[in-house]
Structures are given as C-alpha cells and as structure tokens.
Design a protein around this ligand. Structure first.
Ligand SMILES: Nc1ncnc2c1ncn2[C@@H]1O[C@H](COP(=O)(O)OP(=O)(O)OP(=O)(O)O)[C@@H](O)[C@H]1O
Ligand SMILES: [Mg+2]
Length: 504
C-alpha cells in the first residue's frame, strides 16, 4: 500500500502542494525518487538512509519508490528530505499513516538525523493552512511559519523528535510566532544641514510612494539624504509585513523567525548582476527589486548601472510585479517599491558648479545622464537637483524638522490614502492610482487645471508625465490635509518634475 505525506514546491512566492507517495514493494533492494527531482532532491536518498540508520532504523531489503506528484512540476531544494523520510516511516508503519497524510513537511536532514533550517517556511505554512494540514518543519524555521495564525506548526530539532511526536512518546508543542522587530532608523534628517527642498521632496516621495531621482555634485549629500528615508516611512501594515516576509522567507533572510515591521531599504551596488537585481539565476530567486517590495530600492550612482539592468526596471516599475523567466516556467514576484536614484550631473561631477566648472561642459553631462533613457527618466515623479551645501550652512545649528516630525506627517498622509483606497482592490498609495480613479481623486480645481495645461503645452509633457504630476499633486494635498487639489499643490508638483538638468 502507498503511504503519503505532503510538502511544497516553490514557484515564485507561491508554494504549490506536492504529494510525496512512498511504496515499498518486493523486488531487488533499491531506493528511487521519481517526479522531476533536481540533484539536491535526488541526494535526499542518502541523507534519509543515513538519518534513519542514526535512529537504528534499517531499511528493508525491498524496492522503495518515492513519487513526487504532480510529476510534471520541477522539484528543487533540500527541503524534500523530511517529507520523504516521513512518507517512508509511514510506509514502514513506524508513523501512523493518517498522521503523515495530515502533514505538510519541509526540512533538510543531516546525516545524524538533525534538522537543518530551510528557506520558505512562511509560504509553506500558508499552503498548509489552506489545505487544513499541520506544518512540520525544523525548529529554527518554525517561529516564522507560526506567523500564519491559521496553520498549526510543529517545529522539531531532529527526525527522532518528529518520530517521538507522531508515536505519542513525546508530543511537541505547537510553535509560537517570533518577535516583531521594529528597529528605529539611527539616522535623523536633522543631520543634514540646509537642503530644505531635498528634504521636502523626500517627504512627498515617502508619503505617496513616488519615485525620486537626486542629481547633484559629489559630496552634496545625496547618499546621506537617501539613507534617512527609512526613518520617515511608517511601519509596514500587517498585510504588507506578511507579503514582504514571504519574499524574505524564500531567500532565508528572516532571522530567528522574527517578522520585521520596518520597511525594507535595499541598496544594491552598481556592479550587481541582472539576476541579483531583477531576480533569476539558479532557483529563480527573487531579486533586489522584490526584496524592496513595500519599501525602498535605492540605486546610488544610477547611471553607472549597466544599461540593460536599467531598462529592465521599466516594466516592473509600472506593474509592481516582475516575471522571472526560467527554462521551463515563468515565476512571478511582487515588487511594489519606491525607487530612489542618485546621480552626479556628469562624469567628473562638477557640471553645475561655477567654481569648478566642468572642462567638457555641456557634452559631459549629456553623455553621462544620457545613459538614463528617456522612458526611464519619465518614470521619476520627482526630479531634484541637490546643490552643494555652503560651508556657512554646515556651521549653523541643525534646522528644519527631525525625522520623527516628518514621519508623523507622512504617516498621516498615508492614513488618508489608506481610507481613500479601502474599497479599491490593489490600490494602496496615490502612486498606484490610474485612469478613472486618478481622475476622480486628483483632478485639480479650475486654476490648478489651467496651470497644468499651460505647463503641459510649454514643456511638451508626455501623457505619463501629466498623470504622474497629478499623483504627486494629490500627495501634496494630502500632506496639506486638503480634500481637493488646488493650484499651489499642482505648482509644487510641477516644480519637482521640471528640472533644468533633464527634459520634462
Ligand atoms: N547637507 C549636509 N549636511 C551635513 N553634512 C553633509 C551635507 N552634505 C554633505 N555632507 C557631508 O558630506 C559627506 C558626503 O555626502 P554624501 O556621501 O551624501 O554625498 P553624495 O552627494 O552622495 O556624493 P557622491 O556623488 O560622491 O556620491 C557626508 O557624509 C557628510 O559628512
Ligand atoms: Mg553618494
């Protein structure tokens, strides 16, 4: 008779259920695994055999066949060890078959039978909850899985502990969720002297999740400003925290099972590969843009990124999800991030500085910023020139509002947006609004409209630019606590869009 246990195969953030069937039949002794296993899954055979030997369980001299169903779904990773061992123990009638059938298991086995933590316990727990089964996983992965309240999660130190649980010798307690981490950002906006306009741009961008590019001479404080964005963003909502943690769980980044309420802030280096940024490579893992889901993707020295990488960002920025292609499937990951880019105006960096005039002006700047294509530049809602800070300003005491005050204003504006979009599926911030919804919420009053039309005509704005200005104007009105979008809101939004350095 065939014994069954369950596990999952990962396709993007989705954990697809996999049935692990085990048949022990008469014949020449053999142990085979079928159902599109990759190398790591095939090697499970040796780990399972050794772990059972460590528990003094000898395999019978029979033909053991493991089938991973559905057979056409590729199975990758080492987490198949535990469900294979469980199905085998059920087939040998050491573990009750009904108990194994009620279990979704994932975990890697050491040769001595101890369980090694694996990535993806959180999405696996979601699947277990949906199928009304218990999740059995390594103890070190159980705290993150327990966040899915609907699922019962059992964390075991070793295969022996799991066996004693199933035979009733020593039942294990259901795992409880790990700590919620809300680490405060140690950097404060007040550290940045002057640069009031840049700080205002950060506030607007954070409030409406607008994409922002900072262009300025070396040492003007661009990286310094960007590093202060986490300090003004509100904590993740419970739904957002779960979404972000699912991606982190797939990458094995959840430390001690603690789910973080701090918004992700990812800053990939410009030498990072396409797979590292967009996702892909072996196992089609999520890239930096997905790890920045619900948070910030900061790309410092933006024009230095390879052109192919920059152009690939265009589609995910618009849709909020990325399709990672692999040999036999397409995997989809969410990536609703706020893009913050920093760039020098030209290769030497001093194009706009009259004191150190760039020797190759203006061609130098055109060549350098020209690496950012028009359509990509068009996707930045706020474009800002960051002038070098005056030495006299550096000597002055800190001015302007600190991160806590700005964060409170940003949180209030985000609250207004949450209420506005409560009944609209898929919309969270003003940056997500499109078409009819955008018209409804952001159409300015007559004066504002007249100004916008005049600017569109004068600067030849694209349709996308027009809509992006409307979204920013809506956010500025939200920060202002204003129900309607008025002319000053449109004017400020326009001022951040139309910059001397880049075409509107
Ligand atoms: N407005 C400012 N207030 C206080 N310190 C500043 C300011 N601007 C720059 N600095 C100082 O200059 C240093 C360099 O700033 P930062 O690294 O942010 O420059 P950048 O614009 O990113 O330069 P680059 O284009 O070379 O990357 C900061 O670490 C800080 O010490
Ligand atoms: Mg910098």
């Amino acid at each position: 008779m065939v014994a069954r246990a369950y596990t999952v195969a990962f396709q993007g953030v989705e954990a697809r259920p996999v049935e692990v069937q085990c048949a022990v039949s008469p014949g020449l002794p053999a142990f085979s695994i079928v159902g599109l296993p990759d190398k790591a899954v095939s090697e499970a055979r040796d780990r399972v055999r050794s772990a059972l030997a460590a528990m003094a369980i000898a395999l019978p001299s029979k033909r053991i066949t493991i089938n991973l169903s559905p057979a056409d779904l590729p199975k990758e990773g080492s987490h198949f060890d535990l469900p294979i061992a469980l199905a085998l123990l059920a087939a040998l009638e050491i573990v009750p078959r009904e108990a194994a059938e009620q279990t979704v298991a994932l975990g890697e086995l050491s040769l001595d039978g101890s369980l090694v933590p694996v990535a993806g316990a959180l999405p696996a727990a979601m699947t277990a909850a949906a199928d009304d089964r218990t999740l059995l996983c390594p103890k070190a992965s159980s705290a993150e899985a327990a966040w899915v309240g609907a699922a019962q999660v059992i964390g075991a130190e070793s295969l022996g502990a799991a066996l004693r649980h199933y035979t009733g010798q020593c039942p294990l307690e259901p795992a409880s969720p790990g700590e919620v981490d809300l680490s405060p950002c140690p950097r404060d906006l007040r550290d940045v002297k002057g640069q009031e306009r840049a700080k205002r741009a950060l506030e607007i961008a954070a409030a409406g999740r607008h994409h922002l590019i900072l262009i300025g001479t070396p040492g003007s404080g661009k990286s310094m400003l960007a590093a202060r964005i986490p300090g003004i963003l509100p904590p993740l909502t419970p739904t957002e925290a779960l979404e972000t943690s699912m991606i982190q769980s797939l990458c094995g980044l959840l430390s001690e099972g603690g789910i973080s309420r701090t918004r992700p802030f990812r800053e990939p280096h410009h030498t990072a590969s396409m797979a590292a940024i967009v996702g892909g490579g072996k196992g089609a893992k999520p890239g930096e843009i997905s790890l920045a889901h619900n948070g910030v993707l900061f790309m410092d020295e933006f024009p230095e990124f390879p052109r192919t990488v920059l152009e690939t960002l265009r589609q995910p920025i618009e849709t909020g999800e990325v399709m990672v292609a692999r040999a036999n499937a397409h995997v989809k990951y969410p990536c609703r991030f706020m893009l913050v880019a920093a760039a020098n105006p030209c290769k030497c960096g001093y194009l706009p500085d009259p004191a150190r005039a760039c020797s190759r002006a203006p061609g130098c700047g055109e060549d350098y910023l020209g690496r950012i294509s028009g359509p990509l530049m068009d996707r930045f809602d706020l474009r800002l020139e960051v002038p070098p800070v005056d030495f006299t300003d550096l000597d002055l005491p800190a001015s302007g509002d600190g991160s806590t005050t700005v964060a409170a204003r940003v949180a209030a504006a985000r609250e207004i947006q949450a209420t506005r979009f409560r009944s609209t599926e898929g919309l969270r911030q003003n940056a997500d609004a499109e078409g009819r919804v955008l018209e409804e919420i952001a159409t300015p009053d007559a004066e504002g409209k007249a100004l916008l039309l005049k600017a569109a005509d004068r600067f030849g704005l694209s349709a996308r630019a027009y809509h992006r200005i409307l979204r920013v104007a809506r956010t500025i009105a939200d920060l202002d606590g204003s129900e309607d979008v008025h002319k000053p809101h449109v004017a400020e939004a326009l001022s951040f869009r139309i910059s001397a350095r880049v075409a509107a």
